[in-house]
Design a protein around this ligand. Structure first.
Ligand SMILES: [Zn+2]
Length: 497
């Protein structure tokens, strides 16, 4: 298609694609100017004049992904993740994610929550995509309320706490309860890593005493019951304080169901899962390279994975985030004899879209973008719309006039095989190496800039912005204008294609 010039000519049009939001789909031309979507024009109309036109005929156009759970330049004990903001954000764009959310986690008792967040804000100046932050509290003291107020003023409206990792990042119950109360006062959201610490410590010690503490035993040391017991306890504290709560990386159907039951009785509770819990099971710990899969919670039984996937499809799980933690094999292999000494966490910001899409679209070949059941809408909700809504990110998560021009074009029928060494994260492996996946971005537009196209990646430089988040309840009002959640896959009625 030819490029146009002159006044009234848009920067970019993505023409003739199937434009999918969490609320529905239509064939349309998406018009972009000055970094925002300015119009979505029915595909029966002529293509509006633009300096660049991308032909998306036969392909799907979705909002840029929002990854609510990434660890960038994370220091945990003696380990540091290997990528910085420049690398993580570029890898995110390669993978169709245009906003990443990182955590300001105090690295030790000398660093305050505010200092930890300020350090991340400074590092984020190198980001190629947009960034939003979560705070974190490990120890309560009388300065915490004022620090949380200051975080809110900086647009950081959530706080993550760990129920395990005794002696490093764990917050005790007094701290969790008091922070929840502060987050209610400040209209914020409490993020929780839920694993019952006493059970984990006891079970790990039992395995160590029996000499079964190498990586091949990781899944045995962190039972499903420990996750569910912690979810139960945290939900009770959320009910007591009235705090909205978000559970990161839920890995069992039991944990997801506890959150669903809590919602049914009126709590504001959310479930996140990660791509690896949807496609990998605990058989990986007896594979040739068990160290590729060192993360907490660990991979679960095949039966659990199948049940989790049902909840992924039926709407019980709200978001899919990578929990991106970029260690390499040298770090992973140093102490495979003792899981207590290993760095835990998987690289995944780049592969989140294809792994999640493939898990959701199993059994559908993607032909003609006809999925017959709202599958594309469900995908958009998990990948972009729900993370924007729950984390109160204005202008994100939908393709509509006034929203940021964060757009991904893909062909749902195109499969590629993952080559861990060819990805763009700051590591040398992928836990998904060798898998055939669908849902790879072909064009990515971030803030109106085309960063990925047929010619490859175009590094936009350090243009990422830090998104000023709204309050949790504030965003439920009209201010955000994000669409309502998609209906479960089976119940949704797609428009004609
Ligand atoms: Zn994490």
């Amino acid at each position: 298609m030819s490029a146009a010039q002159g006044p009234g000519v848009a920067d970019l049009v993505i023409a003739h694609g199937l434009v999918v939001n969490a609320t529905g789909r239509r064939r349309a031309h998406v018009v972009v100017d000055a970094g925002r979507v300015t119009a979505v024009v029915d595909a029966a109309e002529p293509v509006p004049a633009a300096r660049r036109v991308i032909d998306a005929t036969g392909r799907v156009v979705v909002p840029g992904g929002i990854d609510g759970h990434c660890h960038v330049a994370q220091v945990t004990g003696r380990w540091r993740t290997l990528d910085d903001y420049a690398v993580t954000s570029a890898a995110a764009l390669w993978g169709g994610t245009t906003t990443i959310m990182d955590f300001g986690i105090p690295r030790d008792a000398d660093e305050t929550p505010l200092e930890a967040a300020a350090n991340k804000l400074a590092l984020a100046a190198e980001a190629r995509c947009d960034v939003a932050l979560h705070g974190s509290v490990v120890d309560w003291d009388e300065t915490v309320p004022a620090q949380l107020e200051e975080l809110a003023r900086l647009g950081i409206r959530s706080v993550k706490m760990y129920m395990t990792n005794r002696g490093s990042t764990m917050a005790d119950n007094d701290t969790v309860l008091k922070v929840m109360r502060e987050m209610v006062r400040l209209d914020g959201l409490t993020y929780i890593h839920a694993e019952h610490d006493a059970m984990i410590v006891d079970c790990t010690q039992e395995h160590a005493d029996a000499g079964a503490i190498g990586i091949g035993h990781l899944h045995e040391t962190r039972p499903e019951l420990a996750e569910e017991a912690s979810v139960r306890e945290v939900l009770a504290m959320a009910e007591y304080t009235g705090a909205p709560v978000y559970f990161v990386h839920q890995s069992t159907p039991g944990a997801v169901d506890l959150v669903a039951e809590a919602r049914a009785r009126g709590l504001e509770a959310h479930s996140e899962t990660c791509p690896h819990y949807l496609v990998l099971d605990d058989g990986v710990y007896s594979s040739r390279f068990p160290e590729w899969y060192a993360c907490c919670p660990p991979m679960r039984s095949a039966e659990t994975v199948a049940a989790l996937r049902e909840r992924f499809a039926d709407g019980s799980i709200h978001t899919v985030s990578s929990d991106h933690s970029c260690y390499d094999l040298t770090q992973k292999r140093e102490r495979t004899d003792d899981i207590r000494q290993m760095p835990h966490g998987l690289p995944g910001v780049e592969t989140r879209m294809p792994v999640a899409f493939t898990a959701l679209a199993e059994g559908w070949d993607g032909a003609d973008a006809h999925d017959g059941g709202g599958l594309l809408e469900r995908f958009v909700d998990l990948f972009a719309a729900a993370p924007a809504r729950i984390n109160a990110l204005p202008g994100k998560g939908a393709i509509a006039p006034g929203f940021d021009a964060d757009l991904v074009v893909f062909d749902p029928s195109e499969a590629r095989t993952v080559d861990g060494a060819a990805l763009h994260m700051g590591t040398d492996f992928s836990p998904f190496h060798g898998r055939s996946l669908r849902g790879w971005p072909q064009h990515v537009v971030a803030g109106g800039r085309v960063v990925l196209d047929d010619e490859g990646f175009h590094d936009p430089g350090p243009v990422g912005r830090v998104v000023q988040r709204l309050g949790y309840r504030e965003s439920l009002g009209a201010a955000l204008a994000v669409p309502a959640p998609a209906a479960p896959v089976a119940a949704a009625v797609p428009e004609g294609v």
